[in-house]
Design a protein around this ligand. Sequence first.
Ligand code: ATP
Length: 517
Amino acid sequence: MYKTITMADDLLKKVIAHAKEYGFIFPSSEIYDGLGAVYDYGQNGVELKNNIKQYWWNAMVRLHENIVGIDSSIFMHPTIWKASGHVDAFNDPLIDNKDSKKRYRADVLIEEEREKHNQKILKEIEKGRKKFGDSFDEAKARETNPNILREQAKIDEITKRYDEALNANDLEAMRQLILDLGIVCPISGTANWSEVRQFNLMFETKLGSTAEGASSIYLRPETAQGIFVNYLNVQKTGRMKIPFGIAQIGKAFRNEIVARQFVFRMREFEQMEMQFFVRPGSEMEWFAKWKAERLAWHKALGLGDNNYRYHDHEKLAHYANAATDIEFNFPMGFKELEGIHSRTNFDLSQHQKFSGKKIQYFDPELNESYVPYVIETSIGLDRTVLAVLSNSYCEEQLDGEVREVLRIPAAIAPVKFAIMPLTKKDGLPEVAQKLMKQLEIECNCQYEEKDSIGKRYRRQDAIGTPYCITVDHQTLEDNTVTVRERDTMEQVRMSIDEVVATLPQKVSMASLLRKIQ
Ligand code: ATP
């Protein structure tokens, strides 16, 4: 019955249009023709975003006795960014196409080329699965199928040269790889590339009112440093014992060179980060634990286990001793959704050095002081919104029409219940309003009395409302209502008492948290 949308480009375009039409995400400053890679969340988008935040916060802070949260400011002392290495090294390699004058990230051009080969492998595997059904052996196909082997060899070759160039910080080798792979600019279609140059991503602004007295500060490019510089405050006032974590949700700003792909890459975005402080030497154990725990958090959402994969980093930042991305199968292919990094004691040591303040932990069990090691989990909130929207968007043929439905996991859907009197008279609205009052203290509900029931269902499907509850004339006689489920479109008759007693649990955050507890 479902009309599948196969073209990735198509899906992304449809999601962008749908997000705008139904109040999820608008281009920022739209009446002034927008502002590049900056977006505003509308009435449904903000609910979805808040629910994802709540899921993350509760999973990290509430369900872990040894993790607490903070909310630090966006403006911070400029020396922090010197200490963290951002002033000197928070760069992306950029490359220009001389014909179209368009600018690209050299690393992204190469990664996209590599992902094309991966997509070919996935198609080949899908073909095998269709042909041989349950007897299809993916591992064997990866070892023997000549088409897959050919594509894998190309991926390996690209990876090898790419990692060598990154490790040696060799910008010319990166350019040569782009040329050798025959990568062309999608606008001009040519390979007339400039040199590759480094570009710092931090936004600089002035603090203070007069030009002379003002000093330069940066909009934070990550929330993590706010956690590091508050390490002592939290550890002392919270009497925290290692191992413990500090979590934070907040805005971050990066002057991205190429800002395409909707909310995947924005210049102002939101991060949900947690720094977990551990005893030196125990970091690999914690790294493995957080890697597994974070993937389980993603999978519990129910967007499909096959849509996630780890990408272990070959090239590590000089201070890291392990790093992995959790990638999601976005409409543009598998891309980073979350980073998990073992950052050693780099950040705290740097702040100790630059601030001159001792940042150490006295471990009573070892009877010694040390600078704690850190495991970081860092997920993009907006990228999670995009993962949910693109994965949930569905078009179905229904009675000769197309039903657009967002199959958003119920616990994070913007509106949980739509309450609808069948008509605007005969006392039905009063009964519906009374039910609304009972349900709205549990979760976000919408009251709808305009248009036919069919049209109202379509509108609710399009924003992903799990249940529509209709009050009709029979309600006046026996206190029952019709409950219609979004995905199956099944309708059942239930008493109002049963609705109030059972439905809120089905869409509750607790139902989702239970899966990972
Ligand atoms: P990328 O390689 O895609 O630029 P990154 O490795 O620089 O990402 P991190 O610095 O590890 O990203 O940031 C942690 C998380 O923040 C990322 O996994 C991503 O979900 C999110 N994020 C980073 N940059 C952006 C952005 N410009 N727009 C939206 N989300 C972002």
